[in-house]
Design a protein around this ligand. Sequence first.
Ligand code: ZN
Length: 324
Amino acid sequence: MYGYTIFHEDILGSLISSVRDGSASQTYIFEGDAGLALLDAARLFAQALTCENPAAAPCNTCHVCHESTVGTNPDIITVERPSDRKTIGVNTIRDLNADVIIKPFHGQRKVYIIPDGDILTPEAQNAFLKTLEEPPVYAVFIIITTNRNLMLQTVLSRATVIFFPPVKDSIVAAYLDEHYPEAQNKEMLVKLAGGIPKEIDNIMEDEQFYVMRREAAKMLPLLLTKNKLSAFDVQKYLTDNKDEVEKILNMWVLMLRDILIVSLGDAERVINTDLADTLLPLSKKVRPDILVSAIDEIYSALSMLNRNVSLKSVALRLPLRINR
Ligand SMILES: [Zn+2]
């Protein structure tokens, strides 16, 4: 769509309809993972909001649309963190509050996009409130965040919150094909991206990725053994790699899936083909019910980590639970 990277055609479709039928709101919070290209979604929506032909917005033919697509539309303002700060503070929002009173250059609307709403301080959000309560009719605000709970309740209650969920594997696969046509193990990469297309970029740019996968595969027998002492090795491995734990756990799920599939006699559907030497012998050594229990326990470990249970205890509990 118009050179933007859009992964949620359906959501953008309804936002654009709201521009065309005049029902768009003035304050939006776009919530979703950082790898879902929400800034492009916000920019396309802003193009539609400022287009000179609202009934057909974004018409892509008016001069305002042209300015939007090349990034020179003076009525689309991106509010960013000052380069010497780690957060967006009250001064930045005071500048916004002063700027919003000035009428749009072209006349339709003036759209403020805050790409990193996660770092808006509570003081800045409070300073924003008065503008959000009574914005000029032409003003629209789009705050992008990975988690709506980082916003004050008072801000949330004045906004239309749009949640952008992870997308289907087929959309991730299309992104992979377009950007990395030569990639190996595409099916595995798609699964590891977990519905976040730009996670593929992180994986492809991570030189350590294949090394990390090999190490994770080598640790798998320790996870599956009945020897209780191995549990401490697993715990040490996971705590030593604390920044990569979720990635490792997701890799293990895919590896266990492969071992299980081979033990069921369906070697054709193996995903981690390059790790066959390490993984496939395990299909003869480990019972299928242990493999299934391992997958269950890894999901339970992931959910505990999401609830902020300490890594040290989750990392020890995991191997012990598998081999009860
Ligand atoms: Zn237009």
